[in-house]
Design a protein around this ligand. Structure first.
Ligand SMILES: O=C(O)CCC(=O)C(=O)O
Ligand SMILES: [Fe+2]
Length: 362
């Protein structure tokens, strides 16, 4: 089968090995061209064992196969850190309800101190299903491995853009923003978890933050919209590869030298599909550099800015505040249950325990 998206071999990228200077340079050139023209590619040579990938997909499948009342015990509504299970059709993309269930995980961070502003609660512990004791180690093993590959890809991207690598990487660090989503897209013929008729697992969208790295099973359904002609290309599954793309904020920071490409997932006619995307973003306190820090406007080749909506602009704003804004909107019930806006302090805070325990909104 031919695949219309480029495939890059990440083992060619060895920036710390002087003997691999040429292959590293060649990799960076292809990376730049790919991110400039298409904004989506597969990576091979990533170093994550196939067994870790398959075991994580199998664990994810076992989780979604649990009865709804068991899955609901780790519902996202239970977590002020926006972690856990979201039921079928629980989120909306491009005005249509998603035909998927998700389970959101991040690194295990300590709970923020009492009185911390709301956005700091994006960090905190995960929820884990007590019924599946083997789940956590297998999922966390993949999360750590994908995070390492993701950070290495970001470093390669900075090098290919010829921007200051240390300056760019300082936006991430230990407290980086990270989110893994286990996803389950029931097939159109699934009678238990019947998808809506519109046939979209997830509607057309650009990812928001910086980098997305995706593991998918062999079913297929992910499509990428080519910028030049609007054509939808299949990102057909290729075993032992990950699919890479960037988010809107990064697109903006590069002044569109790199593009954040629109993509969607079609519901498969017959088969259920499982995928595991990981999203990386700057650390909580990071002030994303002014947009012309890396690329002053006078050197702007494309003369275009990305279409990040005005209220998502990040200039001078703490990244964590912005990320929190996105989550507040996507998961309104979770927000109402856990947070309130305090006019006097002009910020969001966790509701006092007495209120959350008796909350009428669930
Ligand atoms: O499941 C996939 O293939 C892609 C999911 C996706 O685009 C997303 O969650 O942002
Ligand atoms: Fe996406």
């Amino acid at each position: 089968m031919s695949h219309s998206l480029p495939k890059l071999d990440f083992s060619q990228y060895q920036p710390d090995n002087p003997e691999k200077k040429e292959t590293t340079e060649a990799f960076l050139k292809s990376l730049y061209e790919t991110m400039h023209d298409i904004g989506f590619f597969y990576i091979t040579g990533h170093g994550i064992p196939l067994a870790w990938q398959n075991e994580a997909l199998a664990c994810s499948k076992s989780f979604f196969a649990l009865p709804t009342d068991i899955k609901s015990k780790v519902a996202m509504a239970q977590s002020p850190h926006y972690r856990g299970y979201t039921k079928l059709n629980g989120e909306t993309t491009d005005y249509k309800q998603d035909n998927r269930e998700t389970f959101d995980i991040s690194k295990e961070y300590p709970t923020p101190p009492p009185g911390a502003p709301g956005y700091q609660y994006m960090r905190g512990p995960n929820q884990w299903p007590a019924e599946l004791p083997g789940f956590k180690p297998v999922i966390m093993r993949l999360l750590v491995a994908m995070q390492q590959v993701g950070l290495r890809l970001l470093r390669a991207m900075a090098q290919s853009l010829k921007i200051d690598e240390d300056d760019f990487m300082a936006m991430f660090g230990d407290d980086l923003g990270m989110r893994m989503k286990l996803t389950y897209y029931p097939g159109q013929t699934n009678v238990k978890d019947k998808p809506l008729e519109h046939g979209l697992g997830v509607g057309p969208h650009k990812d928001y933050g910086f980098l997305a790295l995706l593991l998918q099973d062999q079913v297929g359904g992910l499509q990428v919209q080519r910028l030049s002609d609007g054509e939808w290309l299949d990102a057909s599954p290729i075993e032992d590869t990950f699919v890479v793309n960037i988010g809107e904020i990064f697109e903006r920071l590069t002044r569109r030298r790199f593009i954040a490409t629109v993509h969607r997932v079609l519901t498969n006619g017959k088969h259920d599909r499982y995928s595991i995307p990981l999203f990386l973003a700057p650390h909580n306190q990071c002030k994303v550099p002014q947009l012309d820090r890396f690329f002053p406007l006078e050197n702007d080749k494309r003369g275009q800015v990305a279409d990040v909506k005005e209220d998502q602009l990040l200039q001078g704003e703490v990244y964590g505040e912005n990320e929190f804004k996105g989550y507040r909107r996507s998961h309104v019930a979770v927000t109402n249950k856990w947070f309130f806006y305090d006019d006097t302090r002009a910020n969001w805070f966790l509701r006092p325990a007495s209120i959350t325990q008796h909350s009428i909104i669930s």
